[in-house]
Design a protein around this ligand. Structure first.
Ligand code: TA6
Length: 278
């Protein structure tokens, strides 16, 4: 079934958005990009995701905020002719099915095509989203070819915070690669506060990361990952980005569940990257 009692499709600017409203939560998923825009559990009615007030919803440019799907590479491609973060976050997706269950509304979507320039794998890509007390996102990469392939990916989640200067992360340890310092390696700080542009690939398969924001805690559970990326562009980069208000870095933080070190998928196998937000 494409739509259930809890789901409708609306059009906003140029894009189709799946709106979910069940007994446990509300959510919005843009079919452009397969891009979750909003998740608000009804037990506290607190929006978990951050969406830029200047996000460009034209059905061409990847949306700033929510949960961009970075696939089948993360960050820059070694061939600069290909855009960062892969080619599915700026293409049209379609609904495979949706189902209301006691645990929430389960929606399965896929991109129009998971083949694309810059990646040779023969794949089937599906995103399963369960909207309930928590938001469970599973990005499933199936190798339907006859040769193994290596890929990277990320659930590039933007979280809303009251003030980045008062925020603290817990749950990360070990080394991280700092993109702002030529990807040099550093030790994860404890306590983990934010005072400047932060763009870090933590080589820590942390199963749980908490965003401590005053009295509020947003928890990010992850599986199937080899790293966690933490990103806040800070003021200069926010000013430089057309789809971010100048001071919007103050109320957002990216905590991303990712494969950045290369995952090999053998013929017939499926890799699942999962993030659960509560
Ligand atoms: O995940 C962090 C990052 O790779 C940053 O380096 C920054 O480029 C961010 O992603 C946003 O990338 P985008 O292509 O969406 O502007």
């Amino acid at each position: 079934m494409l739509l259930t009692d809890s789901t409708i499709i609306i059009t906003r600017s140029n894009i189709q958005i799946l709106q979910i409203d069940n007994a446990l939560a509300t959510a919005e998923i843009s079919l452009f990009g397969g891009h979750i825009l909003s998740f608000k559990p009804k037990h506290d009615n607190r929006e978990r995701l951050w969406l830029s007030s200047k996000a460009i919803l034209n059905g061409k440019k990847a949306i700033r905020g929510g949960i961009p799907i970075c696939w089948p590479w993360f960050g820059d491609h070694k061939d600069s002719q290909y855009s960062a973060h892969g080619y599915v976050r700026d293409q049209q997706w379609e609904i495979i099915s949706s189902q209301d269950t006691p645990k929430g509304t389960l929606v399965s979507i896929k991109p129009s095509s998971s083949q694309g320039e810059g990646f040779a794998g023969n794949t089937q890509l599906v995103l399963d989203v369960l909207v309930g007390d928590t938001l469970s996102i599973q990005l499933k990469t199936k190798n339907i070819g006859s040769e193994a392939f290596k890929f990277n990916c990320a659930l590039h989640s933007y979280f809303t915070v009251s003030d980045i200067n008062q925020c603290q992360l817990s749950g990360l340890s070990g080394k991280y690669l700092d993109k702002t310092q030529g990807f040099d390696s550093f030790d994860t700080p404890t306590p983990y506060f934010f005072t400047e542009e932060t763009d870090r690939v933590h080589l820590d398969k942390a199963p749980k990361v908490d965003i401590l924001d005053g009295t509020q805690i947003t928890t990010v559970n992850s599986r199937g990952h080899d790293s966690m990326i933490i990103w806040n562009p800070w003021q200069d980069k926010s000013i430089a980005m057309a789809d971010m208000a100048d001071d919007s870095y103050l109320t957002m933080l990216c905590v991303e569940t990712a494969i950045t070190q290369g995952e090999i998928v053998k013929a017939g196998d499926t890799h699942t990257l999962e993030q659960i937000i509560s």
